[in-house]
Design a protein around this ligand. Structure first.
Ligand SMILES: *Cc1c(COP(=O)(O)O)cnc(C)c1O
Length: 391
């Protein structure tokens, strides 16, 4: 089948919600992908930060095929081994107490929002259901996570949105200015992803954690993009010197299969009891086995290399600089590249994709989220494509 045939069928049969690149990826290995015609692409996008261990990692493939041949699903009315092993691994490496599994980032965030409201209801009763979020954040595409997202552009068309969200700039005065007696939690991305790869200020995050403790607000961290090693620690909060009450995760957790969820601390382990929350596919054995393989591949040593790889890429990219590229931002392999005035990030990204380097945009900038297992050779190949395409 040719690209043109696929394109025509997609246009006819698929709801056109995405701005796709005119490329049909067929297969790959590591951070190297191939389209239908066999053209090669270096992967600096990893889906959107999903392929944490690259494409077709042999250990991941073995874990998925073994589990698929054993048991694909049995419902949460029974125990299965993979999700329990996964929960244990996640808690042991994060310092959190217990896990809930669902299927996506938005669902993980819905879960921690429900957690916060129930925690507050149990202690204080009604009237304390407001969650403070930050301007320029992104928390998902369900109606509630759109309401939580601190960008006006997302608050369109789908009225009425649920109430109970208030957004503030990322500084303590701004948060205090919107705080009232009706607040139960604060929800933040420590590195804003979709908004343009903006790490929050460390001092602000520490002050915010203290404010949450003083007011008995839950501190909720959206680690959907920043989690699973992306920023150079298993979860980004580990580098901020804070322990949230709950954090959501998704994207990279199962290395390409759909899985999301959240972790809670000891204080919150019993907030959601029997019958209060659930998800048909949550903790699916194949996805959970994939996630266990991801965590085994991303051991402490592999995660320690993430920061080095990020610094290498950023140094080489900043050296390329003008006319198109400006300074870089980010943590680990979550990288934003400022685009010079007069250049469009969308055009640059499309040009790089066409030239054989898959990358992303975020806010007004370019964004790179390569597989965490990317090799030096693949990074150099991708940088070479970038240099040629931008000169
Ligand atoms: C991608 C993303 C989401 C939404 O995840 P889905 O799996 O698409 O629902 C939520 N929060 C952040 C920070 C994200 O990057």
């Amino acid at each position: 089948m040719t690209f043109e045939t696929l394109y025509a069928l997609d246009s006819r049969y698929v709801i056109q919600t995405y701005g796709r690149n005119p490329i049909a990826i067929d297969h790959g290995r590591g951070a190297t992908l191939y389209d239908l015609e066999g053209r090669e692409y270096i992967d600096f996008a990893a889906g959107i930060g999903v392929l944490s261990v690259g494409t077709a990692h042999p250990k991941w493939v073995a874990a998925v095929t073994e589990q698929a041949g054993r048991l694909a699903h049995v419902s949460n009315l029974y125990y299965t081994r993979p999700y329990i092993e996964l929960a244990e691994k996640l808690c042991a490496r994060s310092g959190m107490a217990a896990a809930f599994f669902g299927n996506s980032g938005a669902e993980g965030n819905e879960g921690i929002l429900k957690l916060a409201r129930k925690y507050s209801f149990d202690r204080y009763g009604e009237g304390r259901g407001t969650v403070i979020t930050l301007n320029n954040s992104f928390h998902g595409r369900t109606i509630t996570t759109l309401a939580a997202t601190g960008q006006e552009a997302f608050h369109q068309y789908f009225f009425p949105f649920p109430e109970g969200f208030r957004s503030a700039d990322p500084n303590l005065d701004a948060v205090q200015a919107v705080a009232g007696h009706d607040v139960c939690a604060v929800l933040v991305e420590l590195v804003q992803g979709e908004g343009g790869v903006y790490p929050l200020d460390r001092e602000f995050v520490r002050e915010l954690a203290q404010l949450c403790e003083d007011r008995d607000w839950l501190l909720l961290v959206d680690e959907v993009q920043s989690g699973v090693g992306r920023t150079g620690s298993l979860f980004c909060f580990q580098q901020y010197g804070i322990q949230p009450d709950a954090c959501s995760f998704a994207k990279g957790i199962a290395g390409g299969l759909p899985m999301g969820g959240f972790l809670v601390n000891e204080k919150c382990r019993n907030v959601l009891g029997p019958g209060t929350h659930g998800s048909t596919f949550g903790g699916n054995p194949v996805c959970a086995a994939a996630a266990c393989a991801v965590l085994d591949i991303l051991d402490d040593e592999a995660i320690a290399q993430v920061a080095e790889k990020g610094e290498y890429l950023r140094g080489r990219i900043e050296a390329m600089g003008p006319p198109c590229l400006g300074p870089t931002r980010g943590m680990g392999l979550m990288i934003g590249i400022e685009v010079a005035q007069g250049c469009s990030n969308k055009e640059l990204c499309a040009r790089l994709n066409q030239a054989g380097l898959l990358c992303l945009t975020a806010g007004a900038d370019l964004r790179l989220l390569p597989p965490l297992t990317i090799t030096r050779e693949e990074m150099d190949q991708g940088l070479a494509v970038m240099k040629t395409a931008l000169s």
